[in-house]
Design a binder for this molecule. Structure first.
Ligand code: GAL
Length: 307
């Protein structure tokens, strides 16, 4: 039984450090990637076959990750000139079947403030191997903070908070997933949404976001569209005024089940105490309802939630 908001341990009994992350299913395994701010780490990777027992695999991105330039102009560097760590947030990993590479997109900051507002790209040949950094840049010169990725059939997208977090941008990615090719949508001007999560359900696209109140949780909102580049609905509330004390990280689809995964942040002082919540999202007639549940387990490959 997993207790939402409590520390979750890996198979060696160590707390799982995969904050603001994502889960990627590849072959027989689920890979869970996320922020790990300890020591010289940035992103860590765990894997599981049942979504409950997580084996630590690797610190896939660290201060000493190798660098390889790609064709886009990007700034190299996973440490500042004074030797301090930069800040890598909300890492998301995609598998590219054409290049057979795992491509990571994340929010890049200098570790002192949030003025860099850039995106970092890295890639690897295996899901849990050492990733090679390809540098950070601003997509088409735009500020880019909280972010996510989404693949729809053959086309991949990068979604991030732009213009000082005032707008959400959706970019198409190149076929190798290593660059943006087109800004296809700018959403909810001046609504200041962040922590975007995009998923598809019953042929429609749903985007979850939070408001902008730093580590403190706020009212989650969602919107619906029939095409990613088309018009999106107005923002509507889901969950309660604090999204049940969480901020969206990603959505996990398990057959017909849509699972909301959120971060319950410890905040700046207690970041290492941050935990996770897995909650059921119910979608009927394009309405998204987040249910509050204290615990869950997996039985016959399905999530079973308990109050
Ligand atoms: C939140 C954001 C987090 C982190 C935090 C820092 O708004 O979603 O990813 O950047 O601010 O205060």
């Amino acid at each position: 039984m997993m207790q939402n908001g409590q520390p979750w341990l890996d198979t060696t009994g160590q707390p799982i450090h995969a904050h603001g992350g994502c889960i990627l299913k590849y072959q027989d395994w689920y890979y869970w990637y996320g922020e790990d701010r300890r020591a010289d780490y940035y992103v860590s990777c765990y894997r599981s076959q049942d979504l409950m027992h997580w084996e630590f695999r690797n610190h896939i991105l660290t201060t000493t990750s190798p660098f390889k330039a790609e064709r886009f102009q990007a700034t190299a560097g996973l440490v500042n000139s004074d030797g301090t760590k930069v800040n890598i947030e909300r890492p998301k990993v995609l598998y590219n079947p054409k290049t057979e590479r795992f491509v990571l997109w994340a929010h890049f900051e200098n570790g002192r403030d949030y003025r860099e507002a850039a995106v970092l790209v890295a890639s690897a040949a295996t899901p849990d191997g050492d990733f090679t950094e390809h540098g950070h840049f601003r997509p088409f010169g735009n500020m880019s903070r909280d972010c996510t990725v989404f693949v729809d059939a053959d086309q991949a997208y990068f979604i991030s908070a732009a213009r000082g977090n005032a707008d959400i941008h959706i970019y198409q990615l190149s076929s190798d997933y290593l660059n943006v090719t087109r800004l296809v949508n700018r959403l909810w001007s001046n609504e200041f949404r962040e922590a975007p999560v995009l998923f598809k359900h019953d042929g429609l696209y749903y985007m979850l976001t939070s408001g902008t109140s730093g580590w403190r949780p706020n009212q989650g909102k969602y919107a619906v569209a029939s095409a990613i580049a088309g018009s999106w609905s107005d923002l509507q509330d889901f969950g309660d005024a604090t999204t049940f004390d969480s901020q969206p990280a990603f959505v996990l689809k398990n057959g017909n089940q849509v699972i909301y995964v959120g971060d319950r942040w410890g905040g700046a002082k207690h970041y290492q105490d941050s935990s996770y919540v897995f909650l059921p999202l119910e979608i009927t007639s394009q309405q998204v309802i987040l249910k509050h549940k204290a615990r869950w387990f997996i039985a016959a490959h399905n999530f079973v939630f308990k109050d």
